[in-house]
Design a protein around this ligand. Structure first.
Ligand SMILES: Cc1cc2nc3c(=O)[nH]c(=O)nc-3n(C[C@H](O)[C@H](O)[C@H](O)COP(=O)(O)O)c2cc1C
Length: 214
């Protein structure tokens, strides 16, 4: 196994990824190349999920036509910024994630059977872990110099019907999109944010308000 030096990242890196990273609503006219989206996935995919199930599926919307398909599902306050963003990613989850377990968790094949006939466990496990993977996406995007604008203000059922219903997404080469078992979790605009349009940042809870050490 390749040895990695365990040290902490620089203050500049912490600023870039967390402390000075903002949620953006306005975007500079600078494109996001496909290569960077591939690098983004190839980075975030290493974030941990339970039993390595990796349930998140990511649909990157870049073309005007794809954005127009998304528009009717968006809450009114999210339309303009989403249409203007270079890329909008639908962070979704595959309810049949367990079919990939023989590949993803080969040393314990029985893990698949734990899920197959347990829809409640499937749903909560897929949502929890795709949410985590969506967070890894944002952290990785920021580490790669991109900015993010996450959104949950949209109609999940309408979006799922448009993008993930059986027989939809004819242009998608990925086998998991047309089969009707992928559901949306949240959306995230990606691009290079316009700092001139930022509002004052909201505070965060202090350690004693949010944490306890026993
Ligand atoms: C899961 C999630 C859903 C969000 N939904 C929306 C949304 O629908 N519309 C919106 O304008 N902002 C939305 N936000 C943005 C948050 O309000 C914003 O990230 C938060 O206030 C922190 O802002 P900051 O990163 O600039 O400090 C969402 C953020 C997250 C993480």
């Amino acid at each position: 196994m390749e040895k990695i030096e365990k040290t902490r990242v620089s203050d500049d890196a912490l600023d870039l990824v967390f402390r000075k990273a903002r949620t953006y609503n306005a975007w500079l006219p600078k494109p996001v190349p496909d290569e960077l989206l591939r690098e983004l996935y190839d980075t975030l995919k290493w974030g941990p999920t339970s039993a390595n199930i990796s349930p998140a599926r990511f649909l990157f919307l870049r073309s005007a036509a794809a954005k127009e398909r998304l528009r009717p599902s968006l809450a009114p306050g999210n339309v303009e910024k989403t249409m203007a963003a270079p890329v909008t990613v639908i962070v979704a989850y595959d309810l049949k994630f367990y079919d990939k377990l023989p590949k993803l968790f080969p040393h314990f094949p029985a893990m698949r059977d734990m899920f197959v006939n347990n829809p409640q466990l499937i749903e909560e496990t897929a949502k929890r872990n795709s949410g985590l993977q969506g967070a890894y996406l944002m952290v990785a995007a920021r580490a790669l110099g991109l900015d993010c604008g996450p959104m949950s203000g949209f109609d999940n059922l309408k979006l799922d019907e448009e993008f993930f219903a059986t027989g939809k997404c004819e242009d998608c080469e990925q086998e998991f999109f047309p089969a009707g078992h992928v559901k949306s979790n949240f959306l995230c605009n990606l691009g290079y944010g316009d700092p001139a349009q930022l509002r004052t940042r909201g505070p965060r809870l202090g350690f004693s308000e949010a944490c306890s050490i026993l």
